[in-house]
Design a protein around this ligand. Structure first.
Ligand code: C2E
Ligand code: CA
Ligand code: CA
Ligand code: CA
Length: 275
């Protein structure tokens, strides 16, 4: 039967991680998906906490495989990183998101996730430059989200790349802040424009004293460094109230909008141009 050779990698997916053969199958299917337009982007609003205004979107990649199953990025991104397929995928994500955003009538921000593998690939800044020229997107609207793991492999190289990106006018956000192991020194050493507090710290921030203490500390850090702070994973009105009271700059999460196809946000991207 036609389906017999089809990937049944779900069976291999263990708590320990995905087995080698399954990884190869996923990698193979992923390459095909990239070639055959099987990947798409969803967008999640980024909202100002004080005014409730949507100021931008984070682009998130999605993959629906041949069997019609949605494969989560947490499963396929690590495999793509290990095999190098993240390079063409990452470039596709960047180009697609920039092209989409360049067509909006409002100059909203567009945040794109960048893998450590991309950061360490020579010529990444040139790729970004080419995509900006090709799509006509104003560089200041593009924000690249980078996690700390992107920095640690080769600090000097990462710093050089980040400086090249900054020279293009692109902004850089530290993603998943607090989950790495040297967040503080990295904040000082690298030219970040925004801190994104990981959603795990936002969970129950309004009812859990320890979570609240940590989030307050990060907000104080942002204030001291003059960096806006975005809280990720905001799911409840109580969490948002806390962030508002603590003067957090921006928020993102299911409460404010789930990631969705851009068509769902036409009221924001096709409104009258702002002055
Ligand atoms: P991330 O960059 O930290 O993205 C935020 C993740 O949290 C997304 O998961 C998003 O759907 C989810 N999320 C948003 N709001 C909430 C909320 O209120 N509650 C909860 N529980 N979750 C929320 P997603 O899309 O599954 O992506 C997971 C990770 O995969 C991302 O984490 C990012 O590290 C990676 N990823 C996604 N798209 C890309 C991409 O285009 N390139 C690269 N390199 N990585 C990507
Ligand atoms: Ca992100
Ligand atoms: Ca994040
Ligand atoms: Ca994450």
């Amino acid at each position: 039967a036609k389906n017999e050779g089809r990937c049944t990698y779900r069976f291999f997916e263990a708590a320990m991680g995905v087995q080698v053969t399954a990884r190869r199958m996923i990698e193979h299917e992923l390459r095909q998906a990239l070639a055959r337009q099987g990947l798409f982007l969803v967008y999640q609003p980024q909202t100002r906490v004080d005014s409730g205004e949507t100021v931008g979107f984070e682009a998130l990649v999605r993959w629906r495989n041949e069997a019609g199953e949605d494969v989560p990025p947490s499963l396929f991104i690590p495999i793509a990183e290990e095999s190098g397929t993240i390079l063409p995928i990452g470039e596709w994500v960047l180009r697609t998101a920039c092209r989409e955003a360049a067509g909006w009538s409002q100059p909203l921000g567009i945040a794109v996730n960048v893998s450590p593998v991309q950061i360490h690939n020579a010529g990444f800044a040139r790729v970004v430059h080419e995509i900006l020229l090709e799509t006509g997107l104003t560089p200041q609207r593009l924000e690249l989200e980078i996690t700390e793991t992107a920095l640690i492999r080769d600090l000097n190289r990462a710093l050089a790349t980040l400086r090249q990106l900054k020279a293009l006018g692109v902004r850089i956000a530290m993603d998943d802040f607090g989950t790495g192991y040297s967040s503080l020194s990295n904040l000082r050493a690298f030219p970040f424009d925004k801190i994104k507090i990981d959603g795990s710290f936002i969970k129950a921030v309004d009812s859990n004293d320890q979570a609240a203490t940590i989030v307050r500390a990060v907000l104080g850090l942002g204030k001291g460094l003059g960096l806006p702070v975005l809280a990720e994973g905001v799911e409840t009105p109580g969490e948002l109230r806390f962030l508002n009271a603590e003067m957090c700059t921006e928020a993102q999460g299911y409460l404010l909008g789930r990631p969705a196809r851009i068509e769902q946000f036409r009221h924001l991207t096709e409104g009258e141009a702002r002055r």
